[in-house]
Each structure stands twice: as structure tokens, then as C-alpha cells.
Design a binder for this molecule. Structure first.
Ligand SMILES: Cc1ncc(COP(=O)(O)O)c(C=O)c1O
Length: 386
């Protein structure tokens, strides 16, 4: 009772993890189809990550960003290599990465002479819980009680470029979108959405800023979801899967805003410390060495086919949406109770946007584990009382 009651928690405490398995205090084993909400892509206690952070902890945990941090430079270069961006700023979470992006957009706007730089954001989006990122978030329910929210955002429907084209142009400096909406219910936009946004941004000298916090670091089967197109954004934000559980976020920039954060404009005490950077470097190397991007694509296909087959003709199912290992099964009714029912069957799943079963399994899943998830979830959906 000493913890603030801001989370609705399930009655289970995990004490150990290995790969896609978790064990609770009673020794009961669970299959994790959520990866700590898109964080542990390499699974739990991955040997490479464990040994890298143990080794780093034995050498040096933290100094300060007022000195060079060796692992940080190496991580920035690794991220630039896989994304084609140019610069990296490191922080500790997704919300902080987006805060950096929002500040970059405002600085850019002021450089253009705008006094009220305005950022276009979308309905149904989730960008974090700090005041600025909450203001950017397109979910009135979680904004409730926190007025006055931050000014400087215009909200448009997701996957609708025409709606943006109709907005009066003055003071707009950037567009911030998720390439696939995660918390808002696994919404996958048209394949040309980002391309059209890029064109619109180019035509108006706006920044295209992509929140890849949930979609990034291999989750969709590419390093970043925008890599399904041939565009490059101006700003990308990453967190979640970047450290496989060690808190780290990043804001990547290129082109006209590559060097916009000059000394004194932004910072973070812990951001990009040697431990977090070592973890993230190990994540990148492991994804490369173990060819996990193609494994994500393979597993994605297995889930898509498996669920399509198993749930064919089930009246309760409205739509199955799959991008890499972001899996959403939208039902025609609220289904939050399925989370506890799955837990009773030793499976960890999530329900978001009230009626969307969301699965974000680790990339190291075996085919048997994938099939077990498909079978259990499909069975729960088919049961009338679910
Ligand atoms: C797309 C997206 N942006 C931002 C965030 C916020 O990240 P964090 O909880 O690390 O602050 C999340 C978290 O769910 C997210 O999914």
C-alpha cells in the first residue's frame, strides 16, 4: 500500500525470466506475448545483454554528459548506420525522447521567425505522460484532469493527409506521427501515408518527426517502420526495445535540424550513460548477428496466417491487424477481461483501446511458442464468456 495507485495491476509478481518465459513467486511459468510492452525484444535475461551489462557495471556505471562517454559515441554511430540519420541525443524513456523532438520542432520554428510554432499531431496517438507529450497525445481520456495542457498542437485524423492539407499553414513547423499506432489499438496506415506526409512536409518546409518508440528497434521487422518506404524523416524517437529493459531513449536528427540542439538547450543527467549505451549496443549487435529482423518477418507471417485461420468466421472478431510483431485483434466489444483470463492460462497479453487484443511478443520466440500463443488467444476469443 506504499505505492501510488496509478497502475491497475494484475495479481502476479515475476521473479525470473528466460527467453519468452517468466516465473512468478510460486514458481509458476508464463509465456510472455507482451515483452514488457514492446521492450524485451530479445526476451528476458538474454545472455549477451546480461554479460554486457555485468561487465560494464564492473567497470563504470555513470559519469556525466559534461565528459565524453565512449559507449555513447559508438551507440550513436550504430544508430546512425541503421537508420541513415545524422545525430543522436540520449535520454531515459520514450516520453523524454519525444520531449526532445518537441523542443527541436519549437527551436526550428523560432529560427524561422514563428512566435507560436505549432505541431500537427493525430487522433488516437500516444506520445507519453509528461505534460508536453500528454498534450501531443490523441487520447482525451488520459488528458482528463490535467488542464491546462500545452498549446501549440493541431490534431488531425490518423492516416488522413488531406485533412492536414486543409489546415491554414501559418505557424506550423512539424508533423509528429506514429508509423503504426500502438497504444491506440495497432492501427496500420495506408502504405503511402508516410510518403505523402514527407511530400507535404517538404512542400511546406515542415519537419517530419516519427515516434518509433513502439515500432522501432526491429519490432515491425525493419529497424524502424519508416524503412518500409524510401523516405527519411527529419527526427526519429526511440526507446522501449532500445535497451531490452535497461532504460534508454534516443532522439535522432538529420538535415536542417541535425545540430539544432546547441550547448545549453537540452540535457539529461542519466541520458546515455555507459551502462545504458552498452545495453543498447548489445541489442543492436544481437539483432544483426542473429538475423532477427527477418525472424520477426517470418514470425509475423506465422501469426497473421495462424490467427486468420483460427478466427475465421468468428463473429466477435472485427479485424486482425499485423505489422511485424505488432499484432492487434479488434473485437466488436470491449474485452479487457481477457487479460486476466489469459493470465489464468499462463499467458501474458494486453488489451488496448478497450477492444483490441494487443500482442508484442519477443523476436526470439520459437515456432512452438508462437503456435501456443495463437491457440490460447484464439480459444479465449472463441469462448462466449470471454
Ligand atoms: C509510441 C509511443 N510513444 C511514446 C511512449 C512513451 O514511452 P515511455 O513510457 O517510455 O515514456 C510510448 C509508450 O507506450 C509509445 O508507445
Amino acid at each position: 500500500m506504499s505505492i501510488m495507485p496509478n497502475y491497475t495491476q494484475l495479481p502476479v509478481t515475476f521473479v525470473k525470466g528466460e527467453g519468452a518465459w517468466l516465473w512468478d513467486t510460486q514458481g509458476k511459468r508464463y509465456l510472455d506475448a507482451l515483452s514488457g510492452i514492446a521492450v524485451c525484444g530479445l526476451g528476458h535475461s538474454h545472455p549477451a545483454v546480461t554479460s554486457a551489462i555485468c561487465e560494464q557495471a564492473g567497470k563504470l556505471l555513470h559519469t556525466s554528459n559534461i565528459y565524453n562517454i565512449f559507449n555513447q559515441q559508438e551507440l550513436a554511430e550504430a544508430l546512425i548506420q541503421i537508420t541513415n540519420m545524422e545525430r543522436a541525443f540520449f535520454c531515459n524513456s520514450g516520453a523524454e525522447a519525444n520531449e526532445a523532438a518537441l523542443k527541436i520542432a519549437r527551436l526550428y520554428g523560432h529560427q524561422q521567425g514563428y512566435e507560436q510554432p505549432t505541431i500537427i499531431v493525430t487522433q488516437g496517438s500516444f506520445h507519453g505522460r509528461t505534460l508536453a507529450t500528454l498534450s501531443a497525445t490523441g487520447n482525451p481520456k488520459i488528458q482528463q484532469g490535467f488542464a491546462p495542457l500545452l498549446e501549440g498542437f493541431i490534431r488531425v485524423p490518423y492516416n488522413d493527409v488531406e485533412a492536414i492539407a486543409k489546415i491554414p499553414k501559418s505557424q506550423i513547423v512539424a508533423v509528429l506521427v506514429e508509423p503504426v499506432i500502438g497504444e491506440g489499438g495497432i492501427s496500420i496506415p495506408d502504405t503511402d501515408y508516410l510518403v505523402k506526409l514527407r511530400n507535404l512536409c517538404d512542400a511546406n518546409n515542415w519537419l517530419l518527426m516519427l515516434d518509433e518508440i513502439q515500432t522501432g528497434m526491429g519490432r515491425t521487422g525493419k529497424w524502424c517502420a519508416f524503412q518500409y518506404t524510401d523516405i527519411l524523416p527529419d527526427v526519429i524517437t526511440l526507446a522501449k526495445g532500445l535497451g531490452n529493459g535497461v532504460p534508454i531513449g534516443a532522439c535522432l536528427t538529420r538535415g536542417k535540424v541535425a545540430d539544432i540542439l546547441q550547448p545549453g538547450t537540452h540535457g539529461s543527467t542519466f541520458g546515455g550513460n555507459p551502462l545504458a549505451c552498452k545495453a543498447a549496443l548489445t541489442v543492436i549487435n544481437t539483432i544483426k548477428q542473429d538475423n532477427l529482423l527477418s525472424r520477426v518477418q517470418e514470425l509475423s507471417e506465422r501469426f497473421h496466417q495462424g490467427f486468420t485461420q483460427a478466427l475465421k468466421g468468428v463473429a466477435r472478431v472485427k479485424e486482425i491487424r499485423v505489422k511485424g510483431l505488432m499484432i492487434g485483434i479488434e473485437l466488436v466489444e470491449p474485452c479487457g477481461q481477457l487479460v486476466a483470463k489469459a493470465l489464468e492460462r499462463n499467458l501474458l497479453i494486453n488489451v488496448t483501446a478497450e477492444r483490441v487484443i494487443r500482442l508484442l511478443p519477443p523476436f526470439i520466440l520459437t515456432n512452438e511458442q508462437a503456435d501456443e500463443i495463437i491457440a490460447t488467444v484464439s480459444d479465449l476469443v472463441q469462448k462466449k464468456q470471454g
